[in-house]
Design a binder for this molecule. Structure first.
Ligand code: COA
Length: 243
């Protein structure tokens, strides 16, 4: 994994940290980043030693300013479709990770940037974070799940306003909309993410994974089935621990 060029992958004491690392292009999501994220996320998913993951952006100005426009809108339609499909693979991989993923969001969080954040489990934002989905204004729609994950997070009306008017929102509004869990001063963002990760890591990692699974899978189910899922997972967890 040392060959990464546009992300940084670090692992220390059970905490994995993935940094989007194209600060000169505001960490815009390009094909290379997609490939590298796919590799790093796969490694995280399969690594029993990783208890929790932090995702952040390098540089002062942005978590991620969306899809790389130099690649994205110049591609012919079939290539475009293929990119969208591959992109979804990364998002699918994000969603399949059993460990909690914490997004540390600062500066511009646009397009794919929001979509990536929405695939994470806990979102921390710094006071300077600004969120927007410019796709519709560019004549396209989100292709990485945003039209589904955003309304599930902030509700239909707010999602539709963000998607159809292109209005950007600041960190305070993102907090009110439950788009982020917490807003902290810029200097505190990474320490806050680290502190949260340490707390999660201090718990039984199997219990944490099962709790995440119960919530993630249960949200897509009617309540009765969700309750069945919970008791099944609970029995499974106790069984695992007694082995
Ligand atoms: N794709 C490719 N390059 C991008 C980019 C993107 N999505 N967003 C920013 N960059 C590049 C800029 O081209 C610029 O490169 P340069 O220094 O070689 O000219 C560099 O990042 C810095 O961006 P800049 O526009 O100078 O910063 P700013 O603070 O003035 O403006 C934004 C920031 C986010 C408002 C502006 O860059 C922007 O509108 N980006 C596009 C956002 C977007 O539409 N994303 C796609 C969603 S589908």
């Amino acid at each position: 994994m040392s060959s990464f060029q546009v992300i940084i992958y670090e692992k220390q004491d059970g905490i994995a940290c993935i940094t989007l690392n194209r600060p000169q292009a505001l960490n815009a999501y390009n094909v290379r980043m997609r490939d590298e994220l796919y590799e790093a996320l796969g490694a995280v998913r399969d690594d029993p030693d990783v208890s929790v993951v932090i995702l952040k952006g390098a540089g002062e100005k942005a978590f991620c300013a969306g899809a790389d426009l130099t690649e994205f809108l110049t591609a012919p339609p079939p290539v475009f479709a293929r990119q969208a499909r591959f992109a979804r693979d990364v998002w699918g991989l994000f969603l399949s990770i059993e460990q909690p993923v914490i997004a540390a969001l600062h500066g511009y969080v646009l397009g794919s940037g929001i979509e990536m954040a929405l695939c994470c489990d806990i979102r921390l934002a710094s006071e300077d974070a600004r969120f927007g989905m410019p796709e519709t204004g560019l004549g396209i729609i989100p292709a990485a799940g945003g039209s589904q994950t955003l309304p599930r997070t902030v509700g239909r009306a707010a999602a539709l306003e963000i998607l159809t008017t292109g209005r950007w929102i600041n960190a305070g509004e993102a907090l009110r909309l439950n788009l982020v869990n917490r807003v902290v001063p810029r200097a505190d963002l990474i320490p806050a993410a680290q502190k949260l990760a340490e707390k999660i890591k201090s718990f039984n990692s199997l219990a944490v994974r099962y709790a995440k699974q119960a919530v993630r899978r249960g949200l897509d189910l009617p309540l009765a089935q969700g309750l069945e899922l919970e008791s099944g997972l609970s029995r499974q967890l106790i069984g695992q621990e007694q082995r």
